[in-house]
Design a protein around this ligand. Structure first.
Ligand code: BG6
Ligand code: MG
Length: 215
């Protein structure tokens, strides 16, 4: 029997490698505005909503932008991103993702998705996995982006499970911070050197083992 009653997954970078597509789209936009952009800078954007990410990028720009110019740049980045995800299919699920979702379901736990992406439902549909989640919380349902705990607390509430009985799964520093602020245990996906606040870190969902983790 698991010590958890629900598992709440992030999407980008956990279930599928859209984190890389966000990186490519931001890099294209940043460099067109004269802002240097690399993987290290991108790490702090993971889990941050679109406008919050743009503000972080434009802080390094040689000029200032009006709200209208910023909206146009955010829209342009989203078009770059949507071009990149246009061809996605079930073959873009990361290794172990479907098995992890099936294992959580087989153990009788509830399954949530917590993504600040306004493209979350599109990506879920392209991957063909929307119905595997009992609830999905995206940017439309929350006011505060990660690292605020709101998205994970909303997911727990909609699942009808107390935060302390939830496991959150995240690849982003901001996402792990959100899980911990929500009072949940955090399973990091990636590197323990980056996700220092996580309770446990595995390289990917192909290392996910519900009964073995946190035993
Ligand atoms: C998060 C990603 O899931 O969604 C961020 O980690 C991204 O990189 C954010 O900026 C918002 O996504 P979108 O699709 O609404 O621009
Ligand atoms: Mg992520």
């Amino acid at each position: 029997m698991s010590r958890f009653k629900a598992v709440i997954f992030d999407l980008d970078g956990v279930i599928t490698d859209t984190a890389h597509y966000h990186y490519l789209a931001w890099k294209r936009l940043a460099e067109s505005e004269g802002v240097p952009f690399d993987l290290a800078f991108n790490e702090q954007l993971k889990g941050i909503d679109r406008m919050g990410s743009l503000d972080l990028i434009l802080a390094g720009a040689p000029k200032t932008y009006s709200p209208g110019q910023k909206q146009a740049l955010a829209d342009l980045k989203n078009r770059h991103y949507q071009d990149l995800i246009a061809g996605m299919s079930a073959s873009d699920l990361l290794p172990g993702a479907v098995d992890a979702l099936a294992a959580v379901r087989a153990a009788g736990l509830r399954i949530g998705l917590a993504s600040v992406s306004r493209n979350a439902f599109t990506v879920l549909d392209r991957l063909g996995i929307r119905e595997r989640f009992d609830i999905v919380v995206d940017a439309a349902l929350i006011a505060n982006s990660k690292p605020d705990p709101e998205i994970f607390l909303t997911a727990a509430r909609l699942l009808g499970v107390a935060p302390i009985d939830c496991l959150g799964v995240e690849d982003a520093v901001a996402g792990v911070a959100a899980i911990k602020s929500a009072g949940m245990l955090a399973l990091g996906i990636g590197s323990a050197e980056v996700l220092t606040e996580a309770d446990l870190v595995i390289p990917g969902l192909d290392h996910f083992e519900l009964s073995g983790l946190f035993a």
